[in-house]
Design a protein around this ligand. Structure first.
Ligand code: AP5
Ligand code: MG
Length: 210
């Protein structure tokens, strides 16, 4: 395994960034840093950050760059991130990438590709356990309709996984995040992974680069 893995996960919503980030984190022993998870935790805690971000997330828009960049910088200062990390959902605008690049280097960017028509199906099927946060999908696991298979907790949907918000999120991705594919390709950092394969096959392709 390479030293100092500073990994960025790029891809349309529902491509599998979170799913694969968790697998890479276990495999490499580096933290999975998801800006979306940080915001969802803040919303749940009803703190200052949560109050600023809740409606933006619910509508499918992006949290202002200045807020996001500050949060990521602070998170990367923690001891567990000194030997590497997986950034999931950041950077998400060219401005975030440029600002981040001023202080940090990136080792590899995994661009997980997935066609738009598969996005809606995956995200409408996603379920999260209200108790232990485990993620399940009704299309992958037929028992994932009511209760969590790990702890028996109640399964819920993410607030932004409604069809209406999913469509806005796709548009936001195409307009604001997709340009980062070329940005990182030009820097020679991009590795494209076919995200339409099953979860283990996607991870097997990622592992070839780790
Ligand atoms: P965030 O939490 O980052 O959400 P997202 O980008 O919308 O992406 P998702 O989490 O929906 O998709 P994913 O690629 O992680 O897919 P997953 O692995 O879960 O952001 C949420 C919001 O926070 C944003 O909209 C924005 O408002 C704000 N925000 C966050 N970061 C920001 C930033 N940097 N700047 C500004 N605002 C920011 O998989 C999806 C489903 O598919 C799961 O159910 C999974 O089980 C299933 N699945 C995964 N892989 C496969 C496979 N290979 N085959 C079949 N099913 C699969
Ligand atoms: Mg995610």
């Amino acid at each position: 395994m390479n030293k100092d893995m500073k990994i960025v996960m790029l891809g349309i919503i529902g491509a599998g960034k979170g799913t694969q980030s968790k697998m890479i984190a276990r495999h490499c022993g580096i933290p999975h840093i998801s800006t979306g998870d940080i915001f969802r935790e803040a919303v749940k805690n009803e703190d200052d950050l949560g109050r600023k971000t809740r409606e933006i997330m619910k509508s499918g828009g992006l949290v202002p760059d200045s807020i996001v960049i500050d949060i990521v910088r602070k998170r990367l200062q923690k001891p567990d991130a000194q030997k590497g990390y997986i950034l999931d959902g950041f950077p998400r605008t060219t401005n975030q990438a440029v600002e981040f690049g001023k202080g940090e280097s990136v080792s590899i960017v995994f661009y997980i590709s997935l066609k738009e028509d598969e996005v809606l199906r995956r995200l409408k099927g996603r379920r999260i356990c209200a108790a232990c946060k485990a993620e399940q999908n009704i299309y992958l696991d037929k028992d994932a309709r009511d209760t969590c298979r790990k702890c028996g907790g109640r399964l819920i949907q993410r607030e932004d996984d409604t069809e209406e918000t999913i469509r806005v999120r796709i548009k936001t991705y195409l307009e604001q995040t997709q340009p980062l594919i070329e940005y990182y390709r030009e820097k020679g950092l991009l590795s494209e992974i076919d995200g339409s394969q099953d979860i283990d096959a996607v991870f097997a392709d990622i592992k070839k680069h780790l």
